[in-house]
Design a protein around this ligand. Structure first.
Ligand code: HPA
Length: 245
């Protein structure tokens, strides 16, 4: 079963049919909200809003461990992590969709592994390729079939937030090789791998990263890009799920 983790701009999935909410309590605490089970494109899927239904959880407050554990617990095998990000690479202008293929993690202080406590053996996951290749390819194929323009690779730099970056931080992150910058890609991807979930990211660029545009980054611009871009995102994700049922 597919699971969708919705990011900013996709806190609810109105298209979900016959939905029922399941409150799941995990050994790591509660997920961001009850998981919504229902049908999308005729397929049974699970939906979870990462920041909670009312977007009250900041990126560092999200219980990533509970979210992934709960999705696995209800039978999810494939997780599509949707995110709104800033664009760094020249081709990643606001409005662009990107299926990231790599990660650089700048976050700190987040509960980032299930390998804790005396009774747990340490799980050194292979994270060379942080995203599930098969699921990335499914999304790329769906985009081609739907004639939706996407970037098929990109390095996602994950910052701590909740503030946006300084111009100098973005220059540093760019020199490191990042194409996108967001705040929620980690530890989500690593926890999914620890749980053996097939996890991939698809990001919508909603602003030029700090210092890369003339004016300041405004919430009004971000909101505009979220409103239009998330519709296309949903079309792509729906097609992906339908094609790979
Ligand atoms: N930086 C970090 N996270 C983001 C940004 C950004 O510019 N835009 C949306 N999420």
């Amino acid at each position: 079963m597919y699971g969708i983790i919705g990011g900013s701009g996709l806190e609810k999935l109105a298209e979900l049919q016959h939905k029922e909410a399941q409150s799941i309590h995990t050994p790591y605490g509660d997920p961001s909200e009850p998981i919504q089970l229902g049908e999308l494109a005729g397929q049974r899927i699970a939906f979870l809003s990462r920041h909670g239904a009312d977007h009250l959880l900041a990126p560092h407050e999200i219980n990533y461990r509970a979210n992934l554990w709960a999705l696995k617990h209800i039978g999810v095998t494939h997780v599509i992590g949707i995110a709104a990000v800033g664009g760094i690479g020249k081709t990643l202008a606001p409005g662009t969709l990107c299926v990231a293929d790599q990660i650089i993690d700048y976050t700190y202080g987040r509960a980032h592994t299930y390998s804790v406590g005396e009774k747990q053996s340490v799980n050194h996951i292979d994270f060379t390729q942080p995203y599930c290749t098969a699921l990335r390819q499914q999304m790329i194929t769906a985009a081609q079939q739907q004639k939706i323009a996407i970037q098929t690779q990109g390095v996602y730099g994950v910052t701590q937030g909740p503030r946006l970056e300084t111009a100098a931080e973005i220059q540093r992150i760019r020199r490191d090789g990042c194409d996108l910058v967001g705040m929620t890609g980690m530890p989500e991807a690593a926890l999914a791998r620890e749980l053996d979930l097939c996890y991939a990211n698809i990001s919508l660029v909603v602003n030029w990263a700090a210092g890369l545009s003339e004016g300041p980054i405004t919430m009004a611009d971000i909101t505009n890009h979220l409103a239009t871009g998330m519709q296309t995102m949903l079309q792509l994700v729906t097609a992906c799920i339908q094609d790979n049922a």
